[in-house]
Design a protein around this ligand. Structure first.
Ligand code: DGJ
Length: 746
């Protein structure tokens, strides 16, 4: 595996291999155009592969036919598209010179192949040891403007993924202004492809949308300064016939948490160009002579085994090569968060009572959410005043934490570090720290402004307050929230030429704050959150092993949210909690066991007032916490298979997790709507060992505590039968019913 370089008749070829895929790049013509030759199922050699760039089909390369250079430029499959020199498809780059022109054409200069992978300064990035990763760096240049670019490609020995990034260097004497720099561009012949994007809203994040690509450009993006609830920096490209288990599936995902653009374009020659990077609108970056700009990392996956193969590759990549937290391979504490249980209406006694009840039922950590600081008795004030309100928490934070610890529970706390309320001591002291445009009253959202964390003094001040709180007591977990997007983007300190840098500088500042937090508290469990899942992206996973998936805790709504999220993210990253009914977001009543089964597919916890639960529900909490301990290893580490989608069939949902050794599997089945006179539903399972036999058991929360949580059905089936013929799921009485089947190798 790794990266192979070959030279043939003046053409250079690079073949980048992962266990099951190959990616081929060619350098052609005297000028050294960097061409995209192939990405797909593994090929063992690349002899003659350059013909895939179509250079030889028609004698119109600039070397042979200079009079028709533009015909070549406009159809050559490139690795990184130029701007303004005849490729009329979407450009990857646009850089303004001193003279005011913006054209860029990057051609090959040299390359280097080495073991391992470098980090990206100030940005999240995948990582791996020299045994695990090989990197190709191709240096390109546009001599006309004095710009160098290093295109990096890293391939993983154990995962079908390629990480790409680009670094721009101003090698000229004059200043350059970068207006656009995409992280990756991928040209392919269009095979009547379709695309999947993940669309949403607050409390309705990451619903899958599959549609034809069609001629012209289709894109999803964010100009909110954060990833946003609305779109994910992800696109999958699929054949029309691709299913969960078969067909080509390409994924492209950007490891970035700010403004982004994902774009697909099909041109007149039925060629597809896919691209991702920082959203160019409102972006610019000044590069003085000798300075460089590092673009975020793009993560590419190809699977010939359908969407399921693509999902599993992303899961592996993120679990092994992106998440750094010491918790990444550990069972996370079962937590109870007081947000839906109390909102702002709590004091130390109420929290302690919730903790006491929860501890007795097997919950391991109390998380104190919004409302513990300054005069924050509602969401209109006090953000930025990170000082414990001792009228609310009498005796102080340490006293509460010690009492909770004495129950055998850990303690976690909520912050929203990037924000400031107009009604706060911080804002009164430093109004210019809020992002705003002079002469324009900035728009409020949830009655708050965004702090300009691109400024070091702002970051230092906020972190200092946070560190004081975190050092004052035994705090094991932080929930880092962000409850509004950026608007009125203006910096009080950047000069006029650099105002276009603010959104990216903001993201870099926020990353730096999280890095420093983790350096100060290396054992901290950090959970990111943004009004639910508005900043659920690979960038944030570099800092926190789990992210709050959505403010919608309704078990049925969660099916689509968790399906879309699990399309790319491992289940171990998805914050999922049991809450009360009627659900606070949609008013739906679902059985308590169903809520538990759905939440057990993520990082498990509760979001309610435990003291108010019925005895029957409390019994179930005990069983759920036992289930979590017994089965979380499979959920956290296993391979994920999507069996059926409620989003598609509107009746039921089913997915499966299989342990790496294929000896154990959990099948999650939710019957959303009951159907009259239906018998059992037979569903084909996946991922099992065909030659093994499996005992079929069921998890159950029925009965009192003396009853076991796993019920043996007495049935034993072969893996081959379960996958080729299927497993029957009997119809359950009523709507919103769920079960988990546990298969254990005999
Ligand atoms: C939004 C989060 O998603 C909620 O879980 C909660 O922490 C609130 N913010 C608190 O303001």
């Amino acid at each position: 595996m790794g990266i192979i370089f070959a030279e043939n008749q003046g053409n250079k070829l690079f073949k980048l291999d992962t266990p099951n895929t190959s990616y081929i790049i060619g350098v052609v013509c005297e000028e050294g155009f960097l061409g995209h030759v192939y990405y797909g199922k593994k090929v063992s050699d690349m002899q003659g592969a350059e013909h895939l760039t179509r250079m030889y089909d028609h004698p119109f390369t600039p070397d042979t036919n200079a009079r028709d250079r533009l015909s070549f430029m406009d159809c050559f499959p490139t690795e990184y598209s130029s701007h303004g020199v005849g490729d009329y498809r979407e450009s990857s780059i646009r850089v303004k010179t001193k003279q005011g022109q913006e054209a860029v054409l990057l051609t090959y200069v040299s390359h280097e192949i080495y073991k391992g992978k470098k980090g990206l300064e100030g940005l999240p990035a995948t990582f791996g040891s020299e045994d695990e990763v090989t990197t190709l760096e191709i240096t390109c240049e546009d001599k006309a403007i004095g710009l160098k670019a290093v295109l990096s490609y890293s391939v993983f020995e154990d995962t079908d993924a390629i990480a790409r990034n680009i670094k721009l260097i101003n090698t000229g004497e004059d200043k350059l202004i970068v207006h656009k720099v995409m992280s990756a561009c991928l040209d392919m012949d269009n095979q009547d492809y379709e695309m999947i994007t993940l669309h949403g809203s607050w409390a309705r994040e990451r619903h899958m949308q599959r549609k034809a690509i069609g001629y012209g450009k289709s894109s999803v993006s964010s100009v909110r300064g954060e990833t946003g609830h609305q779109d994910q920096p992800f696109m999958a490209i699929l054949e029309k016939t691709t299913t969960q288990t078969s067909g080509d599936a390409y994924g492209i995902h950007l490891a970035y948490s700010g403004n982004f653009r994902m774009m697909a374009e099909v041109n007149q020659f039925d060629m597809l160009r896919v691209m991702c990077g920082i959203e160019p609108e409102n972006f610019s970056w000044v590069l003085e002579s000798g300075e460089y700009f590092q673009a975020p990392e793009a993560l590419l996956v190809y699977s010939s085994e359908g969407l399921g193969g693509m999902s599993r590759s992303y899961h592996e990549l993120y679990r092994k090569h992106l998440i750094r937290s010491p918790y990444k391979d550990k069972k996370r504490p079962i937590l109870i968060n007081n947000w839906e249980g109390t909102y702002f209406d709590f004091d130390e006694t109420k929290l302690y009572n919730i903790a006491k009840e929860a501890a007795a039922l097997g919950v391991e950590m109390l998380v104190m959410d919004d409302g513990w600081f300054g005069n924050r008795f509602d969401d209109n004030r006090a953000l930025g005043d990170w000082v414990v309100n001792e009228d609310k928490l009498k005796g102080g934070l340490k006293s509460l934490v010690d009492k909770v610890n004495a129950l055998g529970m850990d303690f976690g706390i909520w912050f929203e570090p990037e924000m400031v309320s107009p009604d706060s001591d911080l804002y009164r002291a430093h109004p210019d720290w809020a992002i705003a445009i002079p002469g324009r009253v900035p728009g409020l959202a949830r009655n708050q402004y965004v702090l300009d964390v691109s400024r070091k003094e702002v970051r230092d001040y906020i972190l200092d307050m946070m560190f004081q709180v975190l050092h004052s007591a035994n705090i094991k977990y932080v929930k880092w929230d962000m409850n509004r997007p950026l608007s009125d983007v203006g910096s009080a300190v950047l000069n006029s030429e650099r105002q276009g840098e603010l959104s990216h500088r903001y993201v870099l500042g926020m990353y730096e704050m999280q890095e420093r937090l983790l350096q100060e508290f290396p054992d901290l469990l950090l959970e990111n959150c943004s009004g639910g899942g508005a900043r659920f992206d690979p960038g944030m996973l570099y800092y926190s092993p789990q992210i709050w998936t959505s403010d919608d805790t309704d078990a049925i709504e969660r099916l689509q949210i968790q399906e879309g999220t699990a399309l790319i993210y491992p289940l171990s990253t998805m914050g999922a909690h049991v809450s009360v009914c009627p659900n606070h977001t949609v008013g739906r009543n679902t059985p308590f066991d169903t809520r538990g089964y759905v939440a057990l597919a993520g990082t498990f916890g509760y979001e309610l007032d435990m003291t108010k639960l019925s005895d029957e529900d409390k019994q179930m909490v005990k069983k759920q916490t036992q289930m979590y301990h017994q089965f979380n290893d499979i959920v956290r580490e296993g391979d994920y298979y999507r069996i059926a989608s409620y989003g598609e069939n509107h009746l039921y949902d089913c997915f499966q997790v299989v342990s790496k050794d294929k000896k154990k599997s959990l099948v999650f089945f939710v019957q959303v709507l009951n159907e009259a006179n239906k018998k059992s539903r037979i569903l084909k399972l996946q991922g099992l060992c065909p030659s093994s036999t499996y005992a079929v058991k069921e998890l159950t929360m029925e009965g009192d505590l003396s009853e076991p949580i796993v019920k043996d059905t007495g049935k034993v089936f072969g893996g081959e039968l379960l996958m080729n013929a299927g497993l029957g799921f009997e119809r359950m009485w009523g709507d919103y019913r769920a079960k988990i089947v546990y298969l254990e190798e005999n």
